[in-house]
Design a protein. Structure first.
Length: 231
């Protein structure tokens, strides 16, 4: 059993997945002391496992998922001699989308979320484990994944035509239109069932989050939108 196999097993106890990794260039300052890491391993979720574990251990107070992720990854990091990086750490923030694309076959989608060949848009990254040592990298988290961009064969692009306020287009994401819609009475459907553009994607339908998780993430996004609108 490799180090990555043992790390994956430890993460699995919390419903998390080892989502691949990469060996940084020696010039990249990744570790806390401003030094380059030998290995970066991405940790994330797909399917119901993480939500079940989080729901059973959800901490009280603000940002419960970030704090839960930090606690879980901190314990795993101590077990294996790693440092932890979270997407919420910052500023400056770590380039998690760039790291993810170096770690496994994920690609930018027309609506900005990284799309996975198997999970579609229904996955996330909870953090990264940073090692000074050069570790053997893990095999793909899903053997069914390939290196083809799932959007290349999608002619209809329903993700660009489903949003009720046309917040997504080839020119980008209209953040203000999305936020205004969510704050309006008409935005209730998006808040209850998640972003309609995201749900329109035909890839990864077996991994669509359950209702409680969808509502949690949309409430967090809407809360962030409201906070930004008052600044």
């Amino acid at each position: 059993m490799t180090d990555c196999d043992r790390i994956a097993a430890a993460l699995a106890h919390h419903g998390l997945l080892l989502r691949g990794g990469f060996h940084p260039d020696a010039r990249e300052t990744v570790l806390a002391g401003g030094e380059s890491a030998g290995t970066v391993l991405l940790v994330g979720n797909a399917g119901p496992g993480m939500w079940e574990a989080f729901s059973a251990q959800k901490p009280a107070g603000a940002d419960p998922l970030d704090r839960w992720s930090g606690d879980v990854l901190g314990a795993v990091a101590r077990q294996f001699g790693a440092e932890v990086a979270l997407p919420s750490d910052g500023p400056p923030y770590r380039p998690f989308q760039q790291w993810a694309m170096r770690a496994e076959p994920v690609f930018p989608s027309p609506i900005g979320i990284l799309i996975h060949p198997v999970y579609g848009l229904w996955h996330g990254y909870r953090g990264a484990l940073l090692f000074a040592a050069v570790l053997e990298l893990p095999a793909s988290a899903d053997p069914g994944a390939d290196d083809c961009h799932p959007c290349d064969g999608c002619l209809d692009r329903p993700c660009l035509t489903t949003c009720p306020v046309t917040a997504f287009s080839d020119s980008g994401y209209d953040v203000q239109a999305c936020r205004s819609h969510l704050r309006s009475p008409e935005g209730g459907r998006c808040l209850e069932s998640s972003c309609l553009a995201r749900r329109a994607c035909p890839v990864g339908r077996d991994y669509v989050y359950e209702a409680a998780q969808l509502a949690f993430h949309m409430a967090a996004f809407n809360g962030s939108a409201l906070e930004q609108s008052t600044k």
